[in-house]
Design a protein around this ligand. Structure first.
Ligand code: ADP
Length: 365
């Protein structure tokens, strides 16, 4: 690597039983999380769930009351932030407005008292990596939001940290730039091979670029998995709803010799392939795009559950139309692809919803 980056293999991060309170308010509760070397890992959760607190704890800006933190196998729980060699990019970028881009990127290197020529070489290499080789003499206010974000990243990777932390790195950018920058960030991370943790409240962002995601709520890790794990096998109704849109139906489940039967007034008796440990109340979930819609006189494909309803409302979302369907005092969300020739249903119309039972996920209780 031109920067002399030593992180191609990445380091592991091992968070064990970390608890942190502000005064009497617990913010992180017994958090245990293992991040593998070289992973691009997202901390996802609603606002106030403790994501930034956990990131700042790894950086060394927050102290925990209990638990340990190992990075690359070394216990750094009690090491001050300046001795951790961890790079953090802040949400607002925290660039110095009175300094040029070059000076901003050089700042951390000067603090380390590196020789002048080495600083110049590392600054040029870091700016080259983020595509800003010709912007060194500009000041932050002469840059677009995306360019400022890249300077903040260049400044952090210039010090060759062993771990990169990003706090809502894309939230200050407009929607289109955000899509572009997230691809760039991932490409840069892959090039450097540096273990990277980023905080986001945007589920689409977390799912689209992460190797794995931890979902936090109320300072507790709710689930850890690949984006597809979380989407296809949510551990709870909270995760199912947070990671995309989903329909959740309550009923009862009965274990059988070959699997289980789920039963509810809306769905009737549905065999499930999943094995269940105990019979009793349960919830099943299914994604809106797995439902088919047909006029009442239309056919339902064999093997599908047919539910009669009325279109209560709809949203046009470009690639698809999201229908809100009133069914027996309940509501279902159904997404139908929008293309020329596909049937559109108007609010107030009677409708048949087709549900393929193989698309049902039994939520853990
Ligand atoms: P997130 O990043 O998920 O939005 P934070 O980690 O910023 O959440 O905050 C988690 C909780 O801790 C919130 O309820 C927040 O109000 C509280 N909190 C954060 N920082 C402080 C602080 N310095 N003092 C007291 N409470 C704080």
């Amino acid at each position: 690597m031109e920067t002399g980056h030593k992180t191609d293999t990445g380091v592991s991060v091992d968070i064990r039983n970390i608890s942190l309170s502000y005064g009497k308010t617990p913010v992180l509760r017994d958090v245990t999380l293992a991040i593998k070397p070289g992973e691009f890992f997202a901390l996802l959760g609603p606002s106030g769930s403790g994501k930034s607190t956990l990131l700042r704890l790894i950086a060394g800006f927050n102290q925990c009351q209990s638990g340990t933190l190992h990075v690359g196998g070394t216990d750094i729980t009690n090491i001050p932030p300046w001795n951790r060699n961890i790079g953090m990019v802040f949400q607002n970028y925290a660039l110095w407005p009175h300094m040029t881009v070059d000076q901003n990127v050089a700042f951390g290197l000067e603090e380390r008292r590196l020789p002048r020529t080495e600083i110049a070489r590392k600054v040029a290499a870091a700016l080259e990596l983020v595509g800003l080789a010709d912007f060194g003499s500009r000041r932050p206010n002469q840059l677009s939001g995306g360019q400022q974000q890249r300077v903040a990243v260049a400044r952090t990777i210039a010090i060759e940290p062993k771990l990169l932390l990003l706090d809502e790195p894309l939230s200050n950018l407009d929607a289109q730039l955000r899509l572009h920058m997230r691809v760039e960030l991932l490409a840069l991370q892959r090039k450097l091979g540096i273990t990277t943790l980023f905080v986001t409240h945007d589920q689409e962002e977390a799912l689209s670029i992460s190797d794995r995601v931890a979902v936090l709520d109320g300072g507790v890790i709710q689930q850890v998995g690949t984006p597809m794990d979380l989407y296809d096998r949510p551990a709870s109704a909270f995760i199912a709803n947070f990671v995309g849109t989903i329909n959740v139906i309550s009923g009862t489940v009965t274990a059988t010799s070959s699997g289980a039967i789920f039963e509810s007034p809306l769905l009737g008796r549905v065999p499930l392939p999943a094995a269940v440990a105990t019979s009793g109340s349960a919830q099943v979930a299914f994604r809106p795009h797995t439902l088919s819609l047909a006029p009442p006189e239309g056919q339902t494909a064999p093997g599908t559950i047919r539910i009669a309803g009325t279109i209560a409302g709809r949203e046009f979302l470009g690639e698809f139309i999201r229908y809100n369907i009133a069914v027996q005092g309940n509501h279902l969300i159904a997404d139908q692809p929008h293309y020329s020739g596909n049937i559109e249903f108007l609010p107030g119309s009677a409708i048949n919803v087709g549900l393929d039972p193989t698309q049902l996920t039994l939520l853990p209780t």
